[in-house]
Design a protein. Structure first.
Lengths: 183, 193
């Protein structure tokens, strides 16, 4: 497993959350919310869509917790649900965009200082240059610090396919950054 | 274990460090999640099944718990599933041709017969118990107030609010006293499709 952000819980928190203890569930939400928002925003490139996907994911986690196998780790399971919600959100957005004609504007920006917005716009533009599967693999591996076995559990793809996606994502990003720097 | 080839080079490493800046977690967003969870407390049979799966529970005891849970689940489902086998349960029936939305939500129609009411709203865990979020209509003026909402699969608690003030559980399904609200609420189960 990648060493960036491995946090595991006292198993009792998961156990209590499984039986419907809302305080225990609140601990899980507090612990993971920010990372889930980060992943969803970088996958969907939209603050609003990300918030909806994260909320939906946590509700599904709560409903599905009684079926969670405690011999597995919680984090990949959470991210599998979140990644699925992000995929659903992308499909929904494609349908929505097919009906409502949008301009070719930049992705929606978070409210914040001008410099933050510009920085986020630049980062999101880079991520937008990746195919969704590449972006997902890149973010899980490099940003969330997940190992390939966990990524396989999250995405349902094989380890070698995931390695290839990460490599291609890095190639695309390098080329894109070079292009931007030259411009 | 991450293999050496995955160590990002300087260019990618710098990008990753920028992407790893975690956005502020909005407390209102976290509160909204917990508000929606409240009232979705798991049914007894689900809790029992969860308990049975604990590694510390011996196999036979786990089996007994699951059997008991399934029995409770069946009875509970009959009691609370609208349109179920009990003759006088609610007619919160799903239409014959059920349109399922992209996100798995299905339409549920809620009905309250309340002649003389000036307004009826639906409050439940699915609308964060918002008193003005979901308004029932009585277009025919016969006192039969209805509204159809799209609900995700799962167990949902709800009640009606009559004339903005009178909390009313659905009289056509057995109600439970909700521990959080101290008032009677009804339950609808939406199966996965």
């Amino acid at each position: 497993l990648g060493g960036l952000a491995v946090r595991e819980f006292d198993p009792d928190v998961i156990r209590r959350a499984k039986t419907g203890d809302e305080r225990a569930f609140a601990v899980l939400v507090d612990q993971y919310h920010a990372r889930c928002v980060r992943f969803a925003q970088q996958m969907l490139l939209s603050v609003e869509d990300a918030e909806e996907a994260v909320q939906d994911a946590f509700l599904r986690v709560y409903d599905a917790l009684p079926r969670f196998d405690e011999s597995l780790r919680f984090e990949p399971w959470l991210f599998r649900i979140l990644a699925n919600r992000c995929r659903t959100a992308r499909v929904r957005r494609r349908r929505r965009d097919a009906v409502v004609m949008y301009s070719d504007s930049a992705p929606e920006m978070a409210v914040g200082p001008e410099s933050d917005e510009a920085a986020q716009e630049e980062l999101w533009a880079l991520l937008e240059s990746l195919a969704a599967e590449q972006r997902e693999a890149f973010l899980l591996h490099h940003v969330e610090g997940m190992g390939y076995e966990d990524m396989a559990a999250v995405t349902g793809a094989g380890v070698s396919a995931l390695k290839m996606r990460v490599k291609r994502a890095c190639d695309v990003l390098r080329a894109r950054m070079l292009e931007v720097n030259r411009a | 274990v991450r293999d050496e080839r995955d160590v990002p080079d300087e260019v990618i490493g710098a990008l990753v460090r920028r992407l790893q800046v975690t956005p502020a977690s909005d407390p209102r967003a976290r509160a909204a999640i917990l508000a929606r969870v409240r009232g979705r407390r798991q049914a007894p049979w689900r809790t029992a099944i969860a308990m049975a799966w604990q590694p510390s529970v011996p196999l036979m005891a786990a089996a007994a718990l699951v059997v008991a849970a399934l029995g409770v689940g069946y009875v509970g489902r009959v009691l609370v599933e609208p349109g179920a086998t009990l003759a006088n349960t609610a007619e919160i029936a799903t239409p014959e041709l059920v349109p399922v939305s992209n996100d798995g939500r299905v339409p549920k129609t809620f009905v309250l017969k309340q002649p003389g009411a000036s307004s009826v709203t639906l409050v439940g865990d699915f609308n964060a118990w918002g008193e003005k979020s979901t308004v029932l209509r009585d277009p025919s003026g016969t006192g039969v107030w209805t509204v159809t909402v799209m609900l995700p699969p799962g167990r949902h608690s709800y009640a009606f609010l009559v004339n903005d003030s009178v909390w009313t559980a659905d009289p056509r399904v057995p109600s439970l006293v909700d521990a959080d609200f101290g008032r009677a609420t009804s339950v609808v189960l939406v199966p996965e499709r």
